[in-house]
Design a protein around this ligand. Structure first.
Ligand code: CTP
Length: 399
């Protein structure tokens, strides 16, 4: 069922970013309702939001809203989530103390659903103990605070107070709505990131994997109630809180860690971009520059997914990934069969919105009987889709 997000917009230079957020949420099929304070309309026109969300925007000319008592109650009831972006120091002060003197603060007070505050203001205002006390009070009241970022602010100052990234708000929304017990009692093993193979003490061979897909899968599995083990090559990401985390560097180390932890796993997802070869000899000293050409001999690494497929246990569902640059579906289908997995997630490196560094992905899930296209979505959302499909295969196997 479609979820409704009430988006409160207050006066601040970041108000224009709320329009982008509204548009992103609508694209993700959320029903978005917008309430603006009068000051917000000085920064962005209500019409901008109306064109994006396909509803009338409630603008805070309180006395002009007919049946206002009914209106704020109906929106408060309709909301599944209430977000204020940007949240000014003024609105934070009001909601921390239950002041309801305009449409936004009144609807907020009348709403019993989860609330999210995204502060954005001048650094001095943000750091003022009064604002900090109000934010503390908001936290105590159970409101989620998405902390502002440090940066150059519109007022010319530099410091904390910049609206957090819209991607952080979108991730919060997606995680909020996907939280469930669907995987309670299930053990999920995920590999993520690249592997690195040393050539000498200075250099190594690797690939462009960012780990984002694997880490998003780990977060999604946690949010669905699973016990999650994450084995990761070197990446710039923090492991999600609550996972059993095992960092590795080489393909051989990843293979050993997978062998240790895979036996108990119910679902195994190989999102890692494993190096297929490693140098036969790792030089103990730095390789010095010599002739015009350098020849290095490589030897094959273990194929971890193929090994898991060969040793698959009855209770396991195994999912591989196929990153291709040509003949996507045919190549992915071959991997499904050759590596004996239950499903493969195929994606094309050359498609815009897919690929290693991107926050989104476009993929096709391939199993023994069907091909399911997954249009452009966040890696977290794709993670949820993959896990739901694994669960469906697991349930089919039980019948
Ligand atoms: N994989 C693995 N161990 C390897 C190589 C790949 O476990 N040594 C896994 C990957 O984690 C992924 C799947 O196999 O889930 C497919 O990886 P990919 O690199 O697309 O395919 P390869 O099998 O390496 O084949 P090729 O490089 O020829 O496309």
């Amino acid at each position: 069922m479609q979820k409704t997000i009430v988006l409160g917009v207050t006066g601040g230079i970041a108000a224009f970013k709320a329009a982008q957020l509204a548009s992103d949420l609508v694209k993700k099929n959320y029903d978005v309702e917008v309430i603006m304070t009068k000051n917000a309309t000085e920064f962005i026109a209500p019409l901008t939001f109306e064109a994006l969300i396909n509803h009338n925007v409630i603008v805070d000319t309180f006395e002009k809203v007919a049946n206002r008592s009914i209106h704020h109650i109906s929106l408060a009831k309709k909301a599944d989530l209430f977000i204020i972006v940007p949240a000014s120091a003024n609105v934070i002060a009001k909601i921390a103390h239950g002041i309801a003197d305009d449409m936004l603060s009144t609807t907020f007070l009348a709403c019993s659903k989860q609330k999210v505050i995204c502060p954005a203001m001048n650094t001095q205002m943000y750091e003022n103990p009064v604002t900090q006390d109000n934010l503390k009070r908001c936290k105590e009241l159970g409101y989620a605070i998405l902390e502002p970022a440090v940066g150059h602010l519109a007022c010319g100052d530099s410091g904390k107070g910049k609206l957090c990234d819209l991607s952080d708000i979108l991730d919060y929304v997606e995680q909020f709505f996907h939280r469930s017990d669907a995987l309670k009692g299930k053990r999920v093993l995920i590999t993520a990131g690249p592997t690195q193979e040393a050539l000498d003490p200075v250099r190594y061979l690797t690939n462009h994997s960012s780990g984002k897909m694997g880490y998003s899968l780990a977060q999604a599995a946690l949010d669905m109630g699973a016990d999650v083990t994450l084995i990761s090559g070197p990446v710039q990401l923090q492991p999600p809180k609550g996972v059993h985390f095992y960092p590795v560097t080489t393909a051989k180390e990843m293979f050993d860690a997978v062998c240790t932890y895979s036996k108990q796993a119910d679902f195994i997802i190989k999102a890692a971009a494993v190096g297929d070869y490693r140098p036969v000899h790792v030089s103990e000293q730095k390789i010095k520059k010599s002739g015009d050409r350098l020849h290095i001999e490589f030897i094959k690494n273990p194929d971890i997914l193929a090994y898991l497929g060969e040793h698959k246990q009855d209770h396991q569902i195994i999912c591989g990934f196929a990153m291709e640059t040509q003949n996507l579906l045919a190549n992915a289908q071959k991997k499904l069969e050759k590596k004996h997995c239950d499903m493969i997630v195929a994606n094309d490196l050359h498609t815009e919105g897919a690929g290693f560094q991107s926050d989104t992905n476009i993929a096709t899930i391939i199993d023994q009987t069907q091909r399911i296209p997954c249009p452009k979505m966040s890696k977290y959302e794709l993670g949820v889709t993959i896990l739901k499909h694994m669960l469906a295969l697991h349930k089919q196997g039980e019948q």
